[in-house]
Each structure stands twice: as C-alpha cells, then as structure tokens.
Design a protein around this ligand. Structure first.
Ligand SMILES: Cc1ncc(COP(=O)(O)O)c(C=O)c1O
Length: 435
C-alpha cells in the first residue's frame, strides 16, 4: 500500500473549482477543509453499493453516503430502474402526475404523524415551510429550536457571524434555541414566552440519541402549553425505522420534515403532519416549480416499497451495531479514547482526548490513515450504514480502523501528532452549531 493517496486529479479540479464556484462546493460540509485536506479524496467519479471510486481511481468503503441520503446503497437497482422507467415517460409536466399521489399515499401509510404531505426539494425548504405552517396555524411567531435545520432565514437567524450575516436582525428575536434533552430548560422557555410560541422543533437522534423520556417530556410540554411539535426527520427519517424517529421513539409530533432517506439520493423532501394543520398549506405561499418532479417521486415510491418489503432496517441496525462495537474494541485495544455515540444506523464516532487541539490533530491523522487504506469517514460526522454494507465490508473497515488507531496511539505517545500528518489546515464545520 502506498504511503500517500494519489490525489492529483482531485487537487486539480479543486483548484479550478475555487476559481469558478463560490466556496468551491455546493454543500459547505463537503469542502475538503472539513476532512483531511491533502490526504483525503475531494472528487468522486462513481459508486456502487457501499463503495465509491474517486477521480484518481482509488476505491473506498463509504460511510459518508452523500451526508445521509444513500440508505439502500449507491445505484440500487429497484430505485434506479424506477427512475429510468419514469425518464422514458417524462421528467416534469405542466399538469400533475400520478406519482405524486402514490408517493403521498405511501408516506401517509408509513409515518405515524402523516395525514397529509407537501413535496419540496431539500431539507432547508421543508423545515422553513413547517415553520411557516406552524406560525400560520397558531397565529404565534416564536419558534423554539434545538439543532441544525438548514439555511433558511428562520434558522440562520440563530447563527453568529460570519455564517449568520445577511439575515435581517429582527428575525433573531423570532427563534430561541434550547438544549434538546433538558425538559426543564424547555419548560422555562415555554413559561417565559407563554402565549408567543408557535412550535418546538428538534431532531430526536442526530449526534446523540435523546433519551426516550426526554422526547415524551417534550411532547407533554407542547401539549401543556398549546404549542405545536415538529420533528426534523431529515436524517432520522427512513433510517431508524420505516416510520422514522417518531416510530422508534413512540412519540407522534404534529408536523415532521423528511428529506435524506426518502429517495436514496434523488432530490426530494416533504413536510407532513396532521390534516387540520397541513391543509392550511393549501392557502399559504408554499409553492415550487420542481416539487412534483417525477423522477424523484418515482424514486420515493420504489424506495419506500423497498423499506416495506425488504429487511433494510434489521440489516442496518445489525451492521451498524457491529461497527460501533468493533470501533470501541479497537479503541480499547490501542489505548485510544475513541468510541461512537448515538444509534447504530447513524452513529457518531469521536475522540475523547481532553485537549481539543490534540483531538483535532488525531481526527486528521485518523482520516488520513483510514482513507489511504480505503475507508471514508467524516470528521465529527455520522457513520451512515446502508443496506449494501455487508458483514465483510464492516470487518474490512474494522481492520482498517484498528491499523489507523495503532498509528494514532504511536503518534500521541511520540508527543508530536503533527509530525505524522500530510494534512493542510482544517476548519470546523458550521454544522457543529448547537449540537
Ligand atoms: C437535521 C437536518 N435538518 C435540516 C438539514 C438541511 O437539509 P438540506 O441540506 O437538504 O437543506 C440537514 C442537512 O444536513 C439536517 O441534517
């Protein structure tokens, strides 16, 4: 195995991108500065199952999975064939298409809170739509939020500069954040702003999984104060269970937002919820040209049928647990404080050195050493498992993690981790906000 990855083409495209694309990429979290720049691939050429090949021809087992949308595996036949069949009929029309109704029907059958849906294109769009629906329904303006909801003004109002620039100052008073698992803190906010709050927004399991009592406690508080509850299921939806985090937790919100797990990578999102709330969306200005785009809706139908009929969730939970357990063991064996928190299909690996600068360097070294051995993991991100991660992929990954952690242990013992790095400057992801 080569000492360093060959990344010539990746680096060449990146230099060109910096000239042509603001920030170099369309998704902040995909910028190379967030991984291990210089020692980690930047451009992908193609993918199949849980494997990707980069622009320089290097092959990897992938746990980044497009930041979550790939649940069944790349180029999954049942979904891709549905897209191809729809492509032969047409992509989008001036009239409606049956796939809209069939996709909506499936979501309402599978998701506990869903009695009506609206389709949009991305996560930020549906969380913003949900906030508008909640405000219109309740006649209140304040939103209490815990975590990342996307780039809409409602949510960006919570960010400090530089990410938070460009948002009208007056919007900052319209959203307050709360620590998700602290029911008392939420009660204090609901008491302080009694009569002003439209809805409470949260994600039940990204990063760390909320204790079940905390989520039930939030539901009870919303009922007590007459406030709507909206689950952002953009990551948990169709990943923890066929009915998402709400099925897994056994707590039904009033509204919910889905995106990443809904179409195995095709761009589609939906806001859904109780009929009496959702039907208000008929009168609001929530309308986009591409919401009824049929390739993605055909993918939704194929994808959700696969979730219903194949043992997708049994598989991702089992393989995810195998990975979490193996990483913990590899950490213990090598004397490196690394383990995963969260839930098996989307666990969160982390290093737990006391010194944050050492943690950051160790992440760089870990990514450098796993990437050069053919495994892609995201710094501080979730380890996503697809239906196509087989036991042998997990075992191969664990062997790589063990070797990488052995190098980490040596480097930490040497007292100079930087000396082992071929990595440029790393910047923290903006998404770590409010986790
Ligand atoms: C929990 C959560 N909500 C909302 C979003 C925003 O989704 P999008 O990037 O599709 O706008 C994301 C994106 O990562 C997310 O993880």
């Amino acid at each position: 195995m080569a000492d360093r990855l060959e990344l010539g083409k990746s680096l060449e495209y990146w230099q060109e991108a910096l000239e042509l694309i603001a920030g170099g990429s369309q998704t902040n979290s995909k910028r190379p500065q967030g991984y291990a720049p210089g020692a980690f691939p930047i451009y992908v050429d193609r993918a199949k199952g849980c494997h990707v090949w980069d622009a320089d021809g290097n092959e990897y087992i992938d746990y980044i999975l497009a930041l979550g949308p790939i649940t069944l595996g790349y180029c999954y036949d049942a979904v891709d064939n549905a897209v191809r069949q729809q492509l032969d009929k047409g992509i989008i029309f001036g009239l409606l298409h049956e796939v809209e109704v069939r996709a909506a029907r499936l979501i309402c059958e599978m998701v506990p809170c869903a009695e009506m849906v609206r389709f949009l294109k991305g996560g930020s769009e549906v969380t913003s739509a949900a906030a508008r629906i909640a405000r219109a329904y309740t006649g209140k303006e304040l939103i209490l939020n815990s975590g990342y909801r996307g780039w809409g003004d409602t949510w960006t109002a919570q960010h400090e500069p530089p990410a938070g620039r460009g948002v009208p100052e007056c919007l900052r008073a319209m959203v307050k954040s709360f620590p998700r698992d602290d029911n008392e803190a939420l009660r204090d906010l609901l008491t302080k702003y009694d009569g002003k709050v439209a809805a409470v927004f949260l994600d039940v399991a990204s990063g760390t999984a909320a204790p079940k009592e905390a989520i039930q406690g939030i539901r009870d508080l919303c009922d007590e104060f007459g406030v709507l509850l909206c689950f952002d299921e953009i990551v948990t939806g169709f990943r923890l269970a066929p009915g998402g985090g709400q099925e897994y937790y056994g707590v039904t919100p009033d509204l919910a937002c889905f995106a990443k797990g809904i179409a195995n990578g095709m761009p589609l999102a939906c806001v859904c919820g109780k009929k009496q709330i959702m039907q208000l969306a008929a009168d609001l200005l929530i309308s986009v040209t591409y919401g009824g785009e049929c390739l993605s809706l055909a993918a939704v139908i194929a994808c959700l049928n696969e979730y219903k009929n194949a043992p997708v969730f049994e598989h991702t939970w089992a393989q995810g647990q195998r990975l979490m357990d193996g990483i913990k063991q590899a950490g213990e064996k090598n004397g490196v404080p690394m383990w995963c928190s969260g839930l098996a299909p989307m666990s969160q690996p982390n290093f737990h050195y006391d010194d944050p600068a050492l943690n950051a360097d160790v992440w760089s070294l870990f990514l450098q050493e796993t990437a050069r051995r053919g495994v892609l993991i995201r710094r501080g991100g979730l380890l996503f498992i697809t239906y196509m991660h087989k036991a042998q992929d997990i075992d191969q990954t664990l062997a790589v993690v063990d070797q990488a952690l052995s190098t980490v242990a040596e480097a930490v013992a040497s007292g100079d981790v930087k000396q082992h790095l071929h990595v440029g400057d790393v910047t923290e992801s903006f998404r770590s906000f409010n986790r």
